[in-house]
Design a binder for this molecule. Structure first.
Ligand SMILES: [Zn+2]
Length: 129
C-alpha cells in the first residue's frame, strides 16, 4: 500500500501519484497497524513491525514472486492460502504469488460448483415435468 502524506489516504501499490492532490505517494509501512482497530494490539504491532523491517532488510533478495508456488497454489488453493498467511509479512511478493492464484482458483471452484448445481437442478426440474 502507498499513502498520501497530504490527504492521509492509502492507495494501491501501482499508484505513484495521489489522484486527489497530485503529490507523490510514499510506501505506507504503518498500513498493517492501521487495520488493527484494537488499541491493545497497537504496541505489539509496532514492535513486531520493527522486527519485520529488520527481517525484510535481510530477506529482501529472497522475496520474489514464484511461478512454481503460483501453480501449486492454483492447484491446491488451501496450500496457497496457508503460504499466503505464513509469508504475508516477511515475503510479501512471494505471498502474493501464492495468494492470488489461490483466490482465483477458489473463485473458479465456487463458480463452477454453482453452475453444476444450477445444471443438476434444471435437470431435476425437467424430469419432474
Ligand atoms: Zn493526496
Amino acid at each position: 500500500m502507498k499513502k498520501c502524506t497530504y490527504c492521509n489516504k492509502t492507495f494501491d501499490d501501482s499508484v505513484t501519484y495521489c489522484p486527489e492532490c497530485g503529490s507523490k505517494l510514499e510506501d505506507d509501512v504503518q498500513f498493517t497497524s492501521n487495520t488493527q482497530t484494537n488499541d491493545s494490539y497497537a504496541y505489539y504491532d509496532q514492535s513486531a513491525m520493527q522486527q519485520n523491517m529488520n527481517a525484510n532488510a535481510e530477506a529482501k533478495k529472497e522475496d520474489a514472486g514464484s511461478w512454481g508456488f503460483g501453480i501449486l497454489s492454483f492447484l491446491f488453493p488451501i496450500v496457497g492460502f496457508i503460504l499466503f498467511f505464513v509469508w504475508r509479512k516477511e515475503f510479501p511478493k512471494k505471498a502474493k504469488s501464492c495468494g492470488i492464484p489461490a483466490l482465483v482458483s477458489f473463485l473458479i471452484n465456487i463458480v463452477s460448483s454453482v453452475i453444476c448445481m444450477v445444471f443438476y437442478y434444471s435437470l431435476l426440474v425437467g424430469q419432474m415435468q
